[in-house]
Design a protein around this ligand. Structure first.
Ligand code: HEC
Length: 196
């Protein structure tokens, strides 16, 4: 081992003790996440996160493949990764209309560990161009609270719905518009519009 190398290591230990401590903590969190994932979620999402667990082929909507690193339920714009809060919401509350369960018995530390573990499956999380702030959601306007004041907006909304949304969601919002049957997601799987 060269003396320069030894000096470099000693210097880095002397100047970055907090950094090393941070890395140890991250590793501990990752291992906790691995334990929780392999015991709770691997049955569907698969041991290697590929979405190919033993139950995966029996569920109508396939479990997410974490190796793709592509997520739907986000507060961020299209093409960007979800925030940790988005992932925590999905884990805690599940996904309505799918078999993704509600894991509301996990505590904050366990959810944090699982998020770290899930994110390690794909390189997309390391790409700064894929990280974005959530889209700002406007405040609910005052007119929304009363039916009388909301009515003109509902009428205007119906018009937009008919022209822009009904081809997929259907005129009665039952998810049966003329284009619905042919819709596919990025992996070529059928993706039905949600009924209301
Ligand atoms: C090209 C077809 C298509 C059009 C047009 C379309 N949608 Fe959708 N919409 C979908 C599909 C497919 C989904 C389900 C996506 C999923 O589950 O990943 C969806 C989901 C939604 C959801 C989310 C429901 C949920 O469970 O969270 C809302 C809200 C929505 N659409 C509203 C609209 C509105 C409003 C319009 C018109 C401005 C519209 N959509 C136009 C296909 C369409």
């Amino acid at each position: 081992m060269s003396i320069r190398f030894v000096i470099a290591i000693l210097l880095s230990l002397a100047t970055h003790p907090a950094h090393a401590e941070g890395e140890r903590n991250e590793l501990r969190l990752y291992m906790r996440g691995e334990f929780l994932f392999q015991n709770n979620r691997a049955t569907c999402h698969g041991k290697t996160g590929k979405g190919d667990g033993p139950l995966a082929k029996d569920v109508p909507i396939p479990p997410r493949n974490f190796r793709d690193g592509i997520f739907k339920f986000r507060s961020t714009p299209p093409g960007f990764q979800p925030t940790d809060a988005d992932l925590a919401r999905t884990i805690r509350h599940g996904i309505a209309g799918s078999t993704m369960p509600i894991f509301n018995t996990l505590n904050d530390g366990e959810i944090k560990a699982l998020i770290l573990y899930i994110k390690a499956f794909s390189k997309r999380w390391k790409d700064p161009d894929r990280i974005a702030e959530p889209i700002a959601i406007p405040h609910v306007p005052e007119w929304f609270a009363q039916l009388a004041t909301a009515k003109p907006h509902i009428t205007a909304g119906k018009k937009i719905f008919t022209s822009h949304c009904a081809t997929c969601h259907g005129n009665d919002a039952k998810g049966n518009g003329s284009a619905a049957a042919g819709l596919r997601d990025f992996a070529g799987r059928p993706i039905p519009p949600r009924p209301t």
